[in-house]
Design a protein around this ligand. Structure first.
Ligand SMILES: *[C@@H]1O[C@H](CO)[C@@H](O)[C@H](O)[C@H]1NC(C)=O
Ligand SMILES: *[C@@H]1O[C@H](CO)[C@@H](O)[C@H](O)[C@H]1NC(C)=O
Ligand SMILES: *[C@@H]1O[C@H](CO)[C@@H](O)[C@H](O)[C@H]1NC(C)=O
Length: 413
């Protein structure tokens, strides 16, 4: 009965919206995003990324239609709940008038939810769907009630957007939740109805508020713990943020990477073109910090660079002499090659202590996925990769684009 009345309310709201004239905005609608680094306590960035990778792989093994099955899989995945420490966030309004929430930008998940720190505030635009919602991220999880509400992102006003209101969450200290901008299919089975929840992009595009169902993402390398230097661009690419042409490749057909913003890629090292990773499927992910490679591929990188495993950070570590000789990694994606420079391969040295490292050491961001290749998700190009290339997720055409930027060759790390 509650479900039925919620449905009626939803339908009424939808009618009310479509009766209003549609305003198509000048695209792109851009929103600043902040990179924030919470250095309270020692963070094991590798453990958090590996836990996430494990959950991303496990998710696809569950029946997406049944919440119970999903829950079981996540109960079976024995992962530590690690606080999300190194993240990109955007300020997002929910409700009328909006309450402002600080949400993690995540292309590796697709539910939008709030309430981890600042509680969800119900207003006149809040509609309780009667559904429960639950999502696990490997390094955290939440459960709560699914609403539809008006979401405001910069100038973009998105009505009737599915929004989870957390009753309980773990692993999200210092942030309010997630803006999930991955493929909408990832929301299947996250609520008790099992329905797919359109993402903010889908909803904005369906309402005619943005011209195209795509998002452009600009990250920049930083040496500061907290800085607002990124940008989300809704509905169109922001041409001021890239230098080279944007080259698109289709989402990979290999599962489970195909369920995410997945691509096919191979990686070579240096001028000799040593193969590190043969052509295989993996994902791009703004919610992962490092560049994770399958263990067998990482072993090849380790022998090419002479790096050793560092116990305190979990990352690979090189000496200054090895750094002086470090060569570029080449990411071969579609017909294009993206050069990931030696400087791009190291963790920003000014932030060493924030990951539990020693100020004078040199740590590598290329790290262990935690499983061997051949499993359909053999790498994760996390944000340390995306800080060097403009990144476009074209939802409508199921493709992913990359372009060089003024930061591709930055030497700031
Ligand atoms: C940083 O993390 C600590 C411990 O998890 C948390 O209590 C604190 O609120 C966080 N600080 C910020 C600014 O997010
Ligand atoms: C690193 O950790 C492993 C396992 O905990 C231990 O056996 C090894 O001695 C440690 N190495 C150093 C250099 O501390
Ligand atoms: C980066 O440096 C390489 C090698 O010097 C050069 O070939 C490339 O064009 C540069 N890329 C950008 C985007 O500036």
């Amino acid at each position: 009965m509650a479900r039925l009345s919620a449905l009626i309310a939803l339908t009424a709201a939808a009618v009310a919206v479509s009766a209003k004239p549609i305003v198509v905005r000048d695209s792109p609608v851009t929103v600043p995003i902040a990179r924030r680094f919470n250095s309270t306590g020692v963070r094991n960035v590798l453990k958090a990324d590996q836990a996430r990778a494990q959950a991303l792989k496990a998710r696809s093994q569950a029946s997406k239609k049944h919440l119970g099955a999903i829950n079981k899989v996540f109960t079976d995945v024995d992962v530590p709940v690690t606080n999300v420490a190194e993240i990109y966030t955007a300020s997002v309004g929910v409700g009328t008038p909006p309450t402002t929430y600080n949400l993690i930008i995540d292309t590796g998940s697709s539910n939008t939810w709030v309430g981890a720190s600042t509680a969800y505030v119900q207003t006149s635009s809040s509609v309780d769907t009667g559904d429960e919602v639950e999502v696990s991220y490997g390094s955290g999880f939440f459960f709560g009630e699914e609403y539809t509400d008006t979401v405001t992102i910069g100038d973009l006003v998105i009505k009737n957007q599915g929004v989870g209101a957390a009753l309980f969450s773990e692993g999200f200290d210092g942030v309010d939740g997630i803006l999930g901008i991955g493929p909408a299919d990832l929301t299947q089975g996250t609520t008790s109805s099992g329905d797919t929840i359109p993402t903010v992009l889908d909803t904005a595009f369906a309402a005619g508020t943005i011209d195209a169902n795509l998002i452009g993402i600009s990250f920049e390398p930083t040496t500061e713990a907290s800085v607002t230097n990124g940008e989300l661009s809704f509905g169109a690419v922001d041409d001021s943020k890239h230098t080279g042409d944007i080259a698109f490749v289709p989402i990979t057909s290999t599962s489970p990477a195909s369920e995410y913003v997945g691509i096919d890629q191979s990686i070579t090292y240096g001028s000799a073109g040593t193969t590190i990773l043969s052509s295989t499927a993996g994902i791009t992910d703004t919610g992962t910090t490092l560049v994770l490679l399958a263990s067998d591929a990482l072993a090849k990188y380790q022998s090419a660079t002479g790096a050793v495993a560092d116990n305190s950070t979990g990352l690979l570590k090189i000496t200054q002499a090895q750094f002086d000789k470090l060569e570029s990694l080449f990411f071969h994606i579609g017909d294009n090659t993206y050069e990931f420079t030696p400087n791009a391969q190291i963790w920003p040295r000014s932030l060493n202590s924030a990951i539990g490292g020693d100020a004078n050491s040199i740590y590598l961001v290329t790290a262990d996925l935690g499983s061997n290749s051949g499993q359909g998700l053999d790498f994760i190009d996390g944000y340390t990769f995306l800080e060097r290339f403009y990144y476009v997720y074209d939802v409508a055409n199921a493709q992913v684009g990359f372009a060089t930027t003024q930061f591709t060759n930055a030497t700031t790390n």
